[in-house]
Write a protein that binds this ligand. Sequence first.
Ligand SMILES: [Zn+2]
Length: 295
Amino acid sequence: MCPSEVKEQLSLKTKRFELYAPSKKELKKAKEELEYAVKKFKFYLGEYPPKIVTILFNNSEEMKGYDFNRFTKRKLQVLNFFIPNALRAADMEISRKIPAWKKKPDKKNRHPLSHEAGHMFLRAYCNNNFAKLSRRKQRQSRSISKLLLPAWFNEAVATLCEFPSLQKERYAVMKKYMKEIIPLRKFFTLVHPAAKIMKKKRKPKIIHSNKTSTFFVLDKAFNTLISVFYAQALTFTHFLAEKEGPKFIGKMAKEFLKGKNINEILRQAESVSSNFSKLEATWLKWLGSRLTNVE
Ligand SMILES: [Zn+2]
């Protein structure tokens, strides 16, 4: 498909985001997710996120030749999001050929728009606050949030912005993999497990790969580690927000931007211990009580 064939997108502009989508249905769905993410971001970070642009695409072909300049010129962070259920015809064909997919189709959308919007809002927030807080030169960068905020905290903010139905699944993961919980000492400094795939340190088994997509499977242990990492980010932050108040999450973000580490930040907490073992014990106790009704 050449760019000229891309249908004119529908758009919606609000104070917090600009949204572009290929259909009315997708526009409405995305609007709900973005509004939800804005609400949650404000609740935990203590302020509204800076405005971002979200563009929904059916596939990567549509993205080619897209004029992103009009947004980057305005220094707006742009979130490109592929509509998950718009599984490309070619991909459907492939998935049909794979018995495992036929038997157990992966209907779960683990990285919905609300999650990705959470990341993007945080990125914009970090860019806006960086110079002021770090007293360093202003940088408009994709990586400030990734450089100065630990991987777990990035995922914490993203998972806090998710719809409750998905968060419920993350609690179910915690219950199922209670024995696989990553000790906080390790968790706080862990490089994002998914980064290992990007850096090819952990080779996935490729089932099929073409121009638009790659299907791969990871070994079970690694899959579990990734699921636990996300679930832990969410549940630990829920715990902190309950004990210290939701605004503590915003305080953490600002302290990370100032260059403080987790030890220094936890020492500013009023209710929880800054001793990792004690903190872990309290969190696990709290988690246990939350998991009794989780299926
Ligand atoms: Zn994420």
